[in-house]
Design a protein around this ligand. Structure first.
Ligand code: MN
Length: 204
């Protein structure tokens, strides 16, 4: 991705995640919400030519390099641009189930079992107050860790490598599930793209 940023296409059709994540939510979420972040990111970068040349992830990982008056706008809208793209890729038609191989081993080692990991992730995502994201990250020492973070802050900022992310902003589920976030989360598990999560886990 380079400036001026464009809205990345979804890696599948809007209805690909039915019946778990509905078509209308995908349309609004991608075409309106993510698009809005891309547009506002470009608006902010228009005022900072140096930042236009920097890889977006570098700015989000080290926000201190962004001029103070533009920092919030770039972190919020750049984060919204970047994280949604990871979120889309982390889902697929016919997803769900459990990971295998090294990732399965790492989950077992860090959480006891896949079931226990799923319970803990669901509990944190359900209980998280306000708008944000729930992440599965790899810590520098190699263990896995669940974290819920507000807004659009990236775990890379704290030296963690994100491998799975769930959007718990209301716009991610309100059209179909209204206030029933736990039901949305339960459905989301059915579309998790474990091959993508594994790919991120194995990547250096
Ligand atoms: Mn969202």
């Amino acid at each position: 991705m380079v400036y001026p940023y464009e809205l990345p296409s979804l890696p599948y059709n809007y209805d690909a995640l039915e019946p778990y994540i509905d078509t209308r939510t995908m349309q609004f979420h991608h075409d309106k919400h993510q698009k809005g972040y891309v547009t506002k990111l470009n608006d902010a970068l228009e005022k900072w030519p140096e930042g236009q040349k920097a890889p977006l992830l570098d700015l989000l990982t080290d926000p201190e390099i962004i001029p103070k008056h533009l920092r919030r706008a770039i972190v919020n809208n750049g984060g919204g641009t970047w994280i949604h793209t990871m979120f889309w890729r982390g889902m697929e038609t016919g997803g769900g189930g459990e990971p295998t191989g090294e990732l399965a081993e790492a989950i077992k080692k860090s959480f006891g079992s896949f079931e226990s990991f799923k319970e803990q992730f669901t509990a944190q995502a359900s209980a998280f107050f306000g708008s944000g994201w729930t992440w599965l990250v790899v810590k520098p020492e190699g263990t896995l860790h669940i974290m819920a973070a507000p807004g659009h802050d990236l775990p890379q900022k704290d030296g963690f490598k994100p491998i799975l992310v769930l959007d718990v902003w209301e716009h991610a589920y309100y059209l179909k599930f209204q206030n029933r976030r736990p039901e949305y989360i339960k459905n989301w598990w059915h579309v998790v793209n474990w091959s993508y999560v594994t790919e991120l886990f194995l990547k250096g």
